[in-house]
Design a protein around this ligand. Structure first.
Ligand code: DGJ
Length: 732
């Protein structure tokens, strides 16, 4: 096996490489760790192409040095600190015992290891065997203090991806306070970047947004305690002419589900720095003597062929090496969920006919959503009381689960484990479990409060309650919801000096609770959710192989939400349901077929009362379900391409191709109709040009080269929101 990481001692250069990418680092003057290059593969670095020297006014020099041409303020640094002569955004801010924020980072040592170490307590990418990756650990030290920084870089043999994180160690006697610890930093020279980000809102998540990077600092972040609907933890840096198929794209995805911060700074010399990590807002970590702090990791993907190739690198890494669930390669069950069908107004008698209909229509799982526990008839009570609501299920939950199983369906159950209602037995018994600042009234949101998950006692209580339900062995799936963001940040078990740790300790507590569930119930399919897609991130993928993409189930709004989601996350991770028309969230009327085509982009489900549908519509459900069963292996696990965006045009088109190029599913939606339409074509991509493909509906045969170069004419029909799906199979 070829080595993936080399150290050139003479030139003091580290080279991480595989067939697709190279990453170069150099130990520069004053033992400063400098960034040289990240991009397309370079066979050999000959040690000649260094960062130039120039005396720049007001960019000072190394302590004790008379060389005015070398400055940490302009060098492409690999990991920079506050308190040294670099006035750009630092990766680390440490408060020393003397009260200063001085840290001066110099190179100390390195180590190369086979494979990739696990990050204890944090989600992370992993390796199947040690040969598939190598990890470089470079240790920097504070030249005048006790902090050490292990910078971890993992390169996989077959992926255009590098994964980075940092471990900070306190080797001295005194406690040091970490006020900021980024997981990575990268500096670029001579690039005129745009950023692509995924901002949004509740019911309007992850829209693609493109901004130009001008001089100054651009920040994309969350301080909501979760990765959030409002700003997904992802940024891409792309050249001005980069599009879906052409140009350089550097993507940075944070494997973390709490507060995050992406800082992109264009400096006075038109160089661009990106710093990614836990948000330093209300962050202050006391690092005692001999303690260490491990940051979450960042996946960095490089594409020399536009955004689709970058997305494919993320999809395959997240699917292959972050998701662990046994369901990761299994076709996902088609479900019906009773939320938009009944909301809180149900009991077992009302639900059983839905289950019966689901069976008749070929649906594979029934999910019992919010309202089955405590005395919950609306959203004002019972969170924290995970015992069945006898009024709705007089024969018990097991009995109802048996009924669902007898119909041949799997049974799924909704939980919201991180929350507490004032009107609950849990609050009566343990009011201190509710996260709040002593002497202040906490703010409700959806009339609920957040549990103090940093405390083990609180986590154990919730775990024991969930165990009592899940140990029955009758639950096949859970939907793990979270319906508000964190406020009133305080942990009752911690002294005043450590309240700056609470946000991160909450996330660590959440991961601990999830790990316990995943560990005890390996057969459980867990779907993540946070008021829709409020915690749709690579960290959650480690525990939840699928996540509810949005509380907005309108097919046309979903075009933008799902398009943005696909920038980073694989299709199998995104759940998407057909709901009623007019849509419950925005009142839009859309054809049933369109709702099906859009929902089949991800893991298909139904979010409506099957018993209230006309016989004709029910027939359509059965047809959709049958069709989906034929294509889902390709659509869930094939190579995914974005073709046309509804954000920038009147059409949306996307395509998945099986990895052996024998099966293809193409979907298109024309948003608005026109009385005098222009003809448009959709050209497929990623096919074998030498094969012939048969359209499974019309039985027409086309060459792969025809479909890719001539393209197919988009149908022209009356009416807005018309959708089309094509399923091609190779015939030779
Ligand atoms: C928010 C989720 O996104 C919905 O699907 C539903 O489960 C509700 N919560 C229930 O409260």
């Amino acid at each position: 096996m070829n080595q993936l990481i080399n150290f050139d001692k003479k030139n003091k250069v580290f080279h991480l490489h595989n067939d697709q990418i190279s990453y170069l680092l150099e130990i520069e003057d004053g033992n400063t760790l400098a960034h040289l290059y990240f991009g397309k593969r370079i066979k050999n670095y000959h040690g000649e192409l260094h960062y130039p020297r120039l005396d720049r006014g007001f960019s000072g020099n190394l302590p004790g040095s008379l060389d005015r041409t070398f400055s940490k303020d302009s060098l492409l640094q690999e990991y920079s600190s506050a308190g040294e002569m670099d006035f750009r955004t630092p990766a680390i801010i440490a408060r020393q015992k003397d009260g200063s924020n001085a840290t001066f980072l110099t190179y100390e040592d390195y180590q190369i290891i086979q494979g990739k170490p696990d990050l204890e307590g944090l989600p992370h990418s992993w390796v199947k065997d040690k040969d598939e990756a190598e990890t470089l650990i470079i240790t920097l030290k504070d030249e005048y203090g006790d902090l050490k920084f292990d910078l971890l870089y993992t390169i996989y043999r077959d992926r255009p991806v590098i994964v980075r994180s940092v471990k900070v160690r306190n080797t001295g006697k005194d406690t040091i306070k970490l006020e900021k610890v980024a997981s990575m930093q990268m500096d670029f020279v001579d690039r005129n970047f745009d950023t692509i980000t995924l901002p949004g809102a509740h019911a309007n998540e992850r829209h693609m947004q493109r901004n130009h990077v001008n001089q100054g600092i651009h920040v994309y972040s969350s301080i909501r305690g979760t990765s959030s609907h409002q700003m997904n933890p992802f940024v891409a840096l792309v050249d001005k002419d980069t599009n879906e198929f052409v140009g350089d794209a550097y993507g940075f995805a944070f494997v973390y589900s709490g507060n995050h911060k992406f800082e992109i700074e264009k400096d006075p010399y038109a160089q661009t720095r990106i710093v990614v990590g836990i948000n330093d807002y209300n962050f202050n970590w006391k690092l005692k003597s001999a303690d260490s702090f491990q940051t979450p990791e960042v996946i960095m993907a490089y594409s020399d062929r536009g955004l689709n190739k970058m997305s494919q690198a993320f999809h395959s890494l997240i699917h292959d090496r972050i998701i662990r669930s046994k369901y990761k390669d299994q076709v996902r069950p088609i479900l019906v969920n009773n939320w938009e069908a009944t909301y809180f107004d149900f009991d077992e008698d009302k639900l059983k006919p839905i289950v019966d209909d689901a069976k008749r229509l070929g649906i594979e799982m029934f999910v019992l959503d919010d309202g089955w526990f405590g005395h919950r008839d609306d959203d004002n009570s019972s969170l924290g009381d995970w015992a069945v609501f006898k009024k709705k299920f007089p024969h018990g939950l097991d009995n109802f689960a048996d009924y669902v199983h007898e119909q041949g369906l799997k049974f799924g159950l909704w939980f919201e484990p991180e929350m507490i209602s004032i009107d609950s037995d849990l609050y009566k018994a343990h009011p201190d479990y509710l996260m709040s600042v002593p002497g202040r009234k906490p703010s409700p949101a959806r009339n609920q409060y957040v549990l103090d998950l940093g405390r083990e006692e609180v986590r154990n209580n919730i775990f024991d309650q969930m165990k009592a339900i899940l140990d029955s062995g009758k639950i096949d799936y859970i939907k793990w919801d979270m319906n508000r963001h964190l406020s009133d940040i305080y942990e009752a078990d911690l002294p005043a000096s450590r309240q700056g740790e609470v946000y991160h300790r909450y996330v660590l507590g959440l991961y601990d609770l999830l790990e316990k569930i995943v560990d005890r119930y390996p057969d459980l399919l867990i779907e993540g959710c946070s008021g829709g897609g409020g915690r749709f991130d690579a960290g959650m993928a480690y525990y939840n192989p699928q996540i509810w993409a949005s509380d907005n189930s309108d097919a046309i709004d979903r075009l933008k939400i799902q398009y943005g989601t696909s920038l980073v996350y694989p299709q199998s991770m995104m759940t998407s349901h057909v709901s009623v028309s007019p849509n419950e969230q925005n009142g839009r009327i859309t054809p049933f077929n369109t709702r099906g085509v859009v929902a089949m982009w991800g893991d298909l489900g139904y979010e409506l009362d099957l018993t209230k549908m006309s016989e004709e519509d029910r027939k359509l459900v059965a047809e959709q379900v049958e069709e989906y069963k034929k294509i889902r292996k390709v659509t869930q696990y094939g190579r995914f391409y974005r073709l046309k965006s509804a954000q920038t045009s009147n059409q949306c088109a996307w395509e998945t191709v099986s990895h052996d190029q024998t099966e293809v599913v193409l979907s298109t939606v024309k948003v608005m109709a026109s009385a005098q339409p222009y003809f448009t074509k959709t050209k497929l991509v990623g096919l074998d040009p030498d094969r012939r493909y048969e359209d499974q509906a019309s039985h027409k045969v086309y060459g792969g080269d025809e479909l890719m170069n001539l393209g197919i004419y988009d149908p022209v029909e009356h009416g807005d929101f018309m959708a089309y799906m094509y399923h091609f199979k190779a015939i030779d």
